[in-house]
Every structure is written in structure tokens, then in C-alpha cells.
Design a protein around this ligand. Sequence first.
Ligand code: 13P
Length: 260
Amino acid sequence: MTSTRRPLISGNWKMHLNHFEAISLLQKLSYALTDADHAAVDVCVHPPFTDLRSVQTVLDIDDIPIALGAQHCHDEDSGAFTGEVSPAMLAKLQVRYVIVGHSERRALFGETDAGVNSKVHAVLRHGMTPILAVGETLEQREAGATTDVVLGQLSAGMGGLKREQAAGLVVAYEPVWAIGTGRVASPGDAQEVCAEIRRQVGESFGSAAAESVRIQYGGSVKPVNAADLMAEPDIDGALVGGASLDADDFARIVQYRLAS
Ligand code: 13P
């Protein structure tokens, strides 16, 4: 059966590009993408916080059908949390997707499964869509613990969700060893884990949620490997780091369906 899930290709710009550079990349990207691309695929960019307002303004004024994303947020709506940004502030900027629990946040900034779960709820509370990131380290993969680790992060991150919230979620499977290394997971290996993720969503939230939850693969996605990854039945999109900083490369990933 062909999936009815709309592919979602997301660019995580991480801590790159000031707001001038961000606008320039966005404009190049919008020229490179066609109406046919937008009809086939949802596209989202996740600039750093300092760029969000500028990017949102350009998207709005030029009527560009690219969604705005954020890389992270706090779980409270406001308060004495120096340096943090609230989900309410992001929603006001028309942010649609927020990455929650990226492995860099887990490893470098101490994000826990419990914290990730409360951020998932906070993002949903403000009408935005969480992109819940999960993935194993190389040591965990070599120890045969991939499924346990990924499904553990998944069930903790999705704890307390209603079925319809689970159905609307995006999960990003990003093996840590593939991030920024040029070492992409094979389509078969990525598919295996994504199928496990979908199976568990079905077990916990029912078959309708499993059928509609979108699962992205992330980790060294490039124009040359995007089509093979996207051909897998349980891979519905990509969360792209390095290659999303180049408008032509990112556009070619969005246009994976044209590769032969
Ligand atoms: P790379 O595409 O640079 O490997 O980064 C993946 C990633 O972490 C996206 O969130």
C-alpha cells in the first residue's frame, strides 16, 4: 500500500548563519524550489533563534511556502529562565515545527528523557508540531542496544500523549554516529529502526496513529543518498544538517523524487 503521509524535508541549520546570511540562503532556496516541489513535499527550515524573526518576515512578505522551525525551546511559557526561549514566543512567530531532544542537546546540554517529554507537551500546547529526535550512539549500536535505546527514548518522549497528538507528531531517527560524520546509515538499517518506531507507536497509540505519524531519517543526508533513503516504506522525510546550509544541495534533497 502506498503511504498517504506527506514527506517532510527539514533543514536544521544548527548554530550557523547570522540573520543576513539566513535571508540570503532562504532566498536562494526559494528560487531553487518549484511549485511542483511544494506540491509534493513539505519543506521546513530551522534557523538559530536570532534569525527567526528575519526569516519569518521574508517567508511572509514573499509568500514562500516553506515552514518555519525552531531547534529547541523551554517547556515553560515565561519566567526567570535566563537565556531560554519559550514555546509561546515561537508560536507567536508562526513557528510550525520545533525539534525536541536533538542528540546534541541531550549530549552537550544535559537534556533528559523527562525534560524532552515536557517540551513535547509544551510545543503541542501552543499548536506547533514537535520533531522528537531519537537515536543511538556508536557504542550502543555495537552493543546491540539500538532498538532498546531508540524505543526507550521514543516511549519516554511520547509519554502522556493523546492518540491524535501522537498521530500528528514527527519523529526523527538520527543515529548519533551518522551525524556530521559523512557516515550515513544504509537505507536498510535506517528502515529497520523506523519500522520499529512505527510498530511501537501502533502498540501504544493505535494503528491510525502509526499510519499517520511521520518518521524522518537524519544523519549525513546528502543529494546523493536522499532518494534511496526516501524509497524506504517507513521513512517519510529527512532532517538535514550540513547539506541544508547549501541552497542547491538542500533543494536537490527536497527534489529527491527527480533523481533516477
Ligand atoms: P548532518 O546532516 O550534518 O549529519 O546533521 C544531521 C542532524 O543532526 C540534523 O538534525
